[in-house]
Structure formats: structure tokens, C-alpha cells
Design a protein around this ligand. Sequence first.
Ligand SMILES: [Zn+2]
Length: 114
Amino acid sequence: MNDCQCRDCQHKSGTGHGSYLTFPGKKGVQLKGTATHWDIVGDSGNKKTRAFCPNCGSPVYMTFSAMPELFTVHAANLDDPGRYKPQAVTYHLRGHAWDHLDPDVPKFDRMPPA
Ligand SMILES: [Zn+2]
């Protein structure tokens, strides 16, 4: 679970960061309906595919060309979003002073080291 402050996540969320859960695959993740997709190049230089609801425009999930096994869901789309507890902040170097995040959560300028 992570908050990401990259410019893409700021643009997509309309605020200071996006909040995500990343799973090691789609297995165990239940999605209802059909999403529409578009591709962008993230701050890392790698392609991201974003999925959104074609009816309301809400962002739903993301996949990454550089790590095709990963499946990332937007925290607000959980059945119980209150269970979201970020464990890291990524792309903190892009963060804005007004975007206050939990000081106890580890922050990485870009992605955490592999
Ligand atoms: Zn991001």
C-alpha cells in the first residue's frame, strides 16, 4: 500500500497524491464491470496503463509495462477503504508542501530500492 506523489498521480487525482494497493497478480482481486484503458509514460519513463470506469470516469486500477505481474488498485475502490494503511510514499521529491502525509510513513524520492 503506498501513496504516490508523482506528477501523473497528481494530475489523475486532481490533488497531491494517489493512494494504491499493489498485488502480485490479479488473482484474488475481484472487479465488477468493464474498465476503459489508456497508456501514459510515468515519471520513471516506463509505460503505465490506467483503467477507469467508462460511465463515471473514476480511476479503477493500473498496470505497468516494466512489471507486468503487478496489479494496482486505487484505495478508494476497496469495499472497505478504511482498511487502507500506506506503508510508503513514492516520488516524494514531487510532493507539494500543502500535501501533508503521515510523518511516520517511510518516504522515497522516487521508487524504493529494488
Ligand atoms: Zn505516481
